[in-house]
Design a protein. Structure first.
Length: 572
């Protein structure tokens, strides 16, 4: 038998997994129907393929990918593969693959045992079957292949006609997953009958059940055993996740109860199964090994799903960042700096700047209810709708009314957004609406702080809700600080809030500072206050310093993500 070839796949975070090259051609790419799916949008949908020749050598071919395929650092069109070759797909910081060939020791051993299985010693036959299962489970290319191998091997071990495999789903309910005939034929799972009583007892007692027809009387050996019509023998074993020892500091170790993963059910209509003590022992061993690898296969599937989810979140984050202003306005009457830091991969906060006629600018900071992908999707919907309407420069009351009706009609009732929007002109006149958002602060040049409070409802909460327009005049040296509740509601390990009092004290000491300096000091103060406590909510800050002086000018760009130095600016 041929040696087994596989790839060691290292993702960008350093995690590794082994993937068998199970067929020819073996395709690699971003699209979901490839044999090896690599979730990076820089990798082509169909990036490369690996071919196996008749003499069991392997060749890799580039599939006209956008960024090319490299073997040991050299770009190739086609190239032979040798054990240890390093493969990269277009970009150095993406996935790295190592080609490996596994010596065929186990297949050769199986062949030897297979030849001995016809001898009078049936133990070798059982061992052969278990080794075949172990080999298939070790490769674990797909959960379905693992399950089919388990079921087919169990049919041979028990000399049964049918095998049914029940597995528990994510909710813990037992469901029939696979049905097979001993001739290697899959059966329709919605048309098979079986002894529900036997399965229920296995689930209840976590112990094997053996029900055989008595050859003299024709009655089941156990009167409590209920077998389907014409079935003369049933054996069922539980698939149990092995118990684990749990202990915490200062406590006595205890044994956790085994977890039921499924039930392996076999029956025959020809003759009662002559299941010897060895057969039952082997079946129990098979059940233990099967349960272990079924669990491993499930974990592998979940890891792949999580990898796909992380890729989708990364794409969503990239889109969300691109929707933020790439460049903040450079004007002769104010200096501005802004940043947003989501608490998760994506967030529900955003800020925006909308240029308007007459050298005026509309300033937005919004916070969508909730966190994560759902909040991010609504945040992008809100930003698109609000910016489109605001760019036409309607009256603020009309602007908020139209966007509010849009959200009420198209978003779930439990989703809403708080939003602060104001229009600043060169004379310092600032008209604004605060739709349920934390009240921004105007810090005068003297250090006096004023809250811009409002009684308007959040957007998307109530149809036809009224919105009140307020105004304030800024003078040279005044600072306008607009923020989300991720600032004032930041918590430390003692579950204390940062609060408005600390915020006012901090801003009062920032008189004369540039907008970027105020923004950096504010974020640093919040992070220092939180300490080791995780960031509980998205955090967004926009600082406008009216009447900027030439000596205070700084590059006017958007703010950094939390993982990068907060005192420097960057372009999203």
């Amino acid at each position: 038998m041929a040696a087994t070839a596989y790839l060691i796949v290292r993702d960008p975070t350093g995690n590794e997994r082994e993937v068998e090259i199970s067929g020819s051609p073996f395709t690699l790419g971003r699209q979901g129907d490839n044999d090896l799916v690599l979730l990076d949008n820089r990798i082509s949908r169909r990036h490369a393929r690996i071919l196996r020749s008749d003499n069991n050598s392997y060749v890799i071919e580039d599939a006209q990918s956008r960024h090319g395929t490299f073997v040991n650092g050299e770009r190739i069109i086609t190239a032979p593969l040798r054990p240890g070759d390093e493969i990269s797909l277009g970009v150095s910081d993406a996935y790295r693959l190592t080609f490996v060939v596994q010596p065929a020791a186990l297949p050769n051993l199986l062949e030897e045992i297979g030849r001995a299985a016809s001898s009078p010693a049936p133990q070798l036959h059982h061992l052969s079957l278990l080794l075949q299962v172990a080999q298939a489970l070790h490769r674990a290319p797909a959960l379905e292949e693992v399950l089919t191998t388990v079921v087919d091997s169990a049919l041979q071990l028990a000399d049964a006609e049918r095998a049914l495999l029940f597995l528990t789903d994510d909710s813990g309910q037992l469901r029939l997953r696979l049905a097979r005939h001993r001739q290697g034929v899959s059966l329709a799972i919605d048309q098979v009958d079986y002894s529900q009583a036997v399965v229920e007892r296995v689930v209840r007692f976590r112990h094997e059940e053996l029900v055989l027809e008595d050859e003299l009387t024709g009655r089941p050996a156990q009167e409590t055993g209920i077998m389907p019509a014409k079935v003369r023998g049933v054996v069922a074993v539980p698939l149990l996740k092995l118990p684990v020892t749990e202990a915490s500091s200062g406590e006595t170790a205890r044994q956790a109860a085994p977890q039921l993963l499924g039930v392996l059910y076999l029956d025959t209509k020809i003759h009662p199964s002559s299941v010897t003590g060895l057969d039952r022992e082997v079946l129990q061993t098979l059940a233990v090994e099967s349960a272990t690898i079924v669990e491993n296969a499930r974990l592998l599937r979940r890891a792949r799903e999580q990898e796909r989810t992380q890729h989708e979140l990364a794409l969503a984050r990239s889109i969300q960042q691109r929707l933020l202003p790439r460049q903040l306005p450079e004007t002769d009457y104010f200096d501005m700096h802004a940043l947003t830091m989501p608490s998760q991969a994506v967030g529900g906060d955003y800020y925006d700047v909308i240029p308007l006629p007459g050298k005026r600018y509309g300033l937005t900071v919004a916070d969508v209810s909730g966190k994560g992908l759902g909040a991010a999707m609504m945040s992008m919907t809100l930003q698109g709708a609000f910016t489109a309407v605001a760019a036409a420069d309607p009256h603020l009351e009309d602007l908020f009314g139209r966007v509010n009706e849009f959200l009420c009609e198209r978003t779930p009732p439990e989703m809403y957004a708080t939003l602060f929007y104001g229009v600043l002109d060169p004379a310092g006149e600032f008209q604004y609406v605060n739709a349920g958002h934390p009240a921004p602060l105007v810090v005068r040049a003297s250090g006096e702080a004023t809250l811009l409070e409002s009684s308007s409802f959040p957007l998307g909460l109530f149809p036809r809700a009224p919105f009140h327009v307020d105004s304030i005049r800024l003078t040279a040296g005044d600072q306008l600080v607009i923020f989300s509740d991720g600032v004032t509601e930041a918590e430390n390990t003692a579950r204390e809030f940062f609060g408005e009092t600390r915020l006012k004290q901090l801003l009062a000491n920032c008189a004369g500072s540039t907008a970027q300096q105020v923004c950096s000091r504010l974020v640093a103060a919040v992070q220092d206050f939180a300490g080791l406590a995780p960031q509980a909510d998205d955090l967004t800050v926009t600082v406008v310093r009216f009447g900027v002086q030439e000596s205070h000018r700084t590059p006017v760009t958007a703010g950094r993500h939390r993982s990068e130095p907060s005192e420097q600016a960057y372009r999203l």
